[in-house]
Design a protein around this ligand. Structure first.
Ligand code: ADP
Length: 483
């Protein structure tokens, strides 16, 4: 089996730069695919955090006057990842996150910043780095999308192109006046190219021009071909459905390993070992040390997508059922205010930590009875996978990857010892309330609950099966393109 060389292109990679699941995926895939004969190197922007974490960095090319300033392409490693870094201080080395400044406002030059990333990726695909010719460019999300347009409109030999959609809500849509400034030829501005509702669409270009399109769960792959969740791109995606597939995300089962997790109060291999974490979790969130309450938790960005406004509406039911709620999240100030008000009104029953805190996330997963994920849409979702592995019962909306990874506790699935959680649909408050009631009822039957936990902990949430699918996808693409 010959080795395949893949250049992944992404705006985030764990552990150097992360705002969400995208970073987890780009950080995990190289490790998961290496044993399958796929070598992935990843091109990322040279944010301060990336440059600081780069080991053995060396300059492989200088790029003078690159999108408004001097730049360098560096090669190096970080935490076992093989990286190319686009070091362009005028674009990437600034305070704030990958996309927005410290005040949370998007950078005004994001089109230029990520066009530069795409241009650099295309250049590498065309042979910019001596003795390196990737056979596949794997473009993650809109930030990498313009690489497809550069490769196609430059003409000549090009690598295969795979486009992965991690979240269709973020599309990278910018004013058509920028065409020239972004280095795109006028002929690219057609419906078969970068044009998107009169603007330039970065993700659109990638979806239109890639040889293969993937998204992060089979259900989401079907959902985005339909108007309700297609977010304007359903027509195009439906038209390219023969190129589109859903491959589930996994989690890094070494990082998320309850039997050997220093971030827990007590590591555990069976549900019985969780009690210490549960008590610590209650203390950390200011909850009463109630052994009988069903302790619900949330680990999430606080945003409309995640459906947490519905949880605020359903809170009276959760409390009337004797439940407790621990919220770990950050984002939308209105949601933070809502949960803070609930915590103030119900001391000992609702507790909040408004932060992004990886360490605390482990304790929440290891101590909560149930983890709520009431998302309006969810391409894959990682939180419920961590919950399964840690014996917290996921209570999820039946959408996207949540539908594909949690098995609802119906009488039949319980009898078959297959059930791992609770699902509800449609994503509306009364259904969430019913799911909360059902969860509390299940929790009151210790044998049933234990079985749910055991089934969850036994389910395979690793990358193993999905890594295999990506390897097959790359091999199939190369075979189609003649080796
Ligand atoms: P998304 O990418 O839409 O935010 P995912 O479920 O795919 O949602 O991935 C989110 C990842 O970030 C998960 O690993 C989740 O545990 C983690 N996460 C989200 N919010 C927080 C938080 N406040 N503190 C710690 N981890 C968080």
């Amino acid at each position: 089996m010959s080795q395949i060389e893949v250049l992944a292109v992404a705006s985030e990679i764990y552990p150097l730069a992360k705002t969400g699941g995208l970073a987890d995926v780009t950080g995990a895939l190289p490790k998961a695919l290496a044993p399958l004969g796929v070598r992935i190197r990843t091109l990322v922007p040279g944010y301060g955090s990336v440059l600081a974490g780069l080991e053995r960095g060396r300059t492989v090319r200088r790029l003078d006057r690159f999108f408004g300033g001097p730049a360098r392409l560096l090669a190096g490693t970080a935490e076992g990842l093989e990286l190319f870094v686009l070091d362009a201080p005028h674009l990437f080395d600034r305070p704030g996150g990958p996309y927005a400044g410290p005040d949370g406002t998007d950078f005004p030059d994001n089109a230029r910043r990520f066009a530069a990333l795409g241009r650099a990726a295309a250049n590498i695909g065309q042979g910019l780095v001596p003795r390196y010719r990737p056979q596949v460019l794997h473009l993650h999300d809109w930030q990498a999308g313009l690489a497809a347009a550069f490769l196609v409109y430059d003409g000549g030999q090009r690598p295969g192109i795979v486009c992965t959609i991690h979240n269709l809500a973020f599309q990278g849509q910018f004013d058509s006046k920028m065409l020239n400034e972004l280095g795109l030829p006028a002929r690219a501005f057609t419906s078969d190219g970068v044009e998107y509702y009169g603007d330039i669409g970065f993700l659109k270009a990638s979806v239109r021009l890639a040889d293969r399109i993937t998204t992060v769960s089979p259900t989401y792959a079907a959902e985005i071909c339909m108007p309700q969740l297609g977010m304007g791109m359903d027509g195009l995606l439906h038209g390219r459905a023969d190129r589109l597939s859903g491959i589930l995300n996994g989690i890094d089962v070494d990082v998320w390993n309850p039997a050997d997790d220093a971030l827990l109060d007590t590591a555990f291999a069976t549900p019985a070992g969780r009690a210490g974490n549960r008590a610590t979790l209650q203390a950390r969130f200011g909850l009463a040390p109630d052994p009988d309450a069903t302790l619900f938790a949330v680990v999430s960005r606080l945003s409309w997508q995640k459906g947490l406004d519905l949880l605020l509406e359903a809170l009276p039911v959760l409390l009337a059922e004797g439940g407790q709620l621990a919220i770990l999240g950050s984002g939308d100030p209105a949601l933070e205010r809502g949960f803070q008000a609930a915590a103030t009104a119900h001391p000992g029953r609702v507790g909040c930590v408004f932060a992004y805190d990886e360490a605390l996330a482990h304790l929440v997963q290891g101590g909560a009875d149930a983890v709520l994920v009431p998302s309006r849409f969810e391409p894959c979702g990682l939180t419920q996978l961590c919950a399964l592995r840690y014996g917290a019962v996921p209570v999820v909306a039946r959408v996207g990857g949540l539908a594909d990874t949690v098995i609802d506790a119906s009488p039949m699935s319980l009898a078959a010892h297959a059930a791992t959680g609770v699902q509800f649909a449609p994503v509306e408050t009364p259904m969430l309330e019913a799911a909360i009631r059902r969860t509390v009822a299940l929790h009151r039957h210790p044998d049933t609950w234990l079985r749910l936990q055991q089934n969850g902990m036994a389910s395979d949430v690793s990358w193993r099966a999905s890594a295999d699918r990506y390897a097959k996808l790359y091999r199939g693409l190369l075979a189609e393109r003649g080796g």
